[in-house]
Design a protein around this ligand. Structure first.
Ligand code: ASP
Ligand code: MG
Length: 293
């Protein structure tokens, strides 16, 4: 089993959604040493969307209604553009387009209640920021189906259980593992490709939380560990972890292999490529994590 994670720049526009779908399908059920009969995809929000969602929430709390309305409208246009460009089958286009509209109406209701209260709580912020991944996940699953795959969008709020430290919630691994086994394994057994929202999670009682900025890497590792995946692949726009920041050190080169300890040190000390907490779940299960361009 392979878990792929794609970040926001990998799905920055319609064409890139198509590229991601092609990558996923190129590796699904391919002959080779690795068992790729089962594929799981974890996806971030489209690039810039999480920041926009937060700006909208702040504007709402400050009573600047026109700002959050404009943000909602911009998000609607950007996501519907992808739907229009990528989904050629009428039924799927209408369904997913409708879903995007519904999700953004719901976002607007959240913004309105933040405006009404005049306060942005950490809990409210997590509810709002979760929309980026909810949107991208529904669209990517549909783009995969458009290409003939059997893919299903799944919200990680049903899978990843955390405490209620909103904004940087701590995963509860045992509860999460149980849900992943119960809900994702049957989909995989039926030959489906689950497409799961990165970054978002929920408390035991179902209140939406997030894993912290850049947290989709961690989502992929938690999901890989909970499903006993063979490998977790983090797709990025660099070839891997470099010996130094290439902007500062032009001779920096890509490292072929790092121990978990080395990788987590580098992440901790600021290598942008991985979220620092990511390594933990895969270390515990000894699952190799690859960074691919
Ligand atoms: N969309 C979230 C963020 O911008 C999570 C992620 O991209 O990993 O922080
Ligand atoms: Mg990232």
């Amino acid at each position: 089993m392979l878990v792929h994670k794609f970040g926001g720049t990998s799905i920055g526009d319609a064409q890139r959604f198509a590229d991601v779908a092609d990558i996923v399908l190129a590796h699904h059920s391919q002959a080779g040493d690795l068992d790729t009969a089962q594929t799981v995809v974890v996806v971030s929000a489209m690039s810039g969307v999480t920041n926009q969602l937060i700006s909208g929430a702040r504007a709402a709390a400050e009573g600047r209604d026109s700002v959050y309305r404009e943000i909602k409208a911009a998000l609607l246009t950007r996501h519907l553009d992808v739907v229009e460009a990528m989904l050629t089958r009428n039924r799927e286009r209408l369904e997913v387009g409708g879903l995007v509209e519904d999700q953004l109406h719901e976002l607007e209701r959240f913004y309105r209640s933040i405006a009404m209260l005049g306060e942005l709580t950490p809990r409210g912020s997590d509810a709002v920021t979760s929309f980026g991944e909810r949107l991208s996940c529904s669209i990517l699953a549909a783009v995969l189906r458009e290409r003939g795959a059997r893919a299903q969008a799944v919200s990680a709020t049903d899978l990843i259980v955390t405490d209620d430290s909103f904004g940087a919630a701590m995963p509860r691994f045992e509860a999460t593992r149980k849900r992943l086994q119960q809900q994702i394994m049957p989909l995989l057994d039926r030959g489906l490709i689950p497409v799961i929202t990165g970054f978002v999670a929920a408390t035991e009682t179902g209140v939406t939380t997030t894993l912290g900025r850049g947290g989709s890497d961690l989502s992929a590792a938690i999901i890989g560990a909970g499903l006993d995946a063979d490998q977790v692949w983090i797709w990025s726009d660099v070839d891997g972890i470099l010996t130094a920041d290439p902007n500062l050190v032009p001779q920096a080169r890509t490292l072929r292999e790092l121990s978990y300890a080395e990788a987590s040190d580098l992440a901790y000390f600021g290598a942008d490529v991985l979220h620092p907490k990511t390594i933990q779940p895969v270390i515990e299960r000894g699952i190799p994590l690859r960074i691919l361009n």
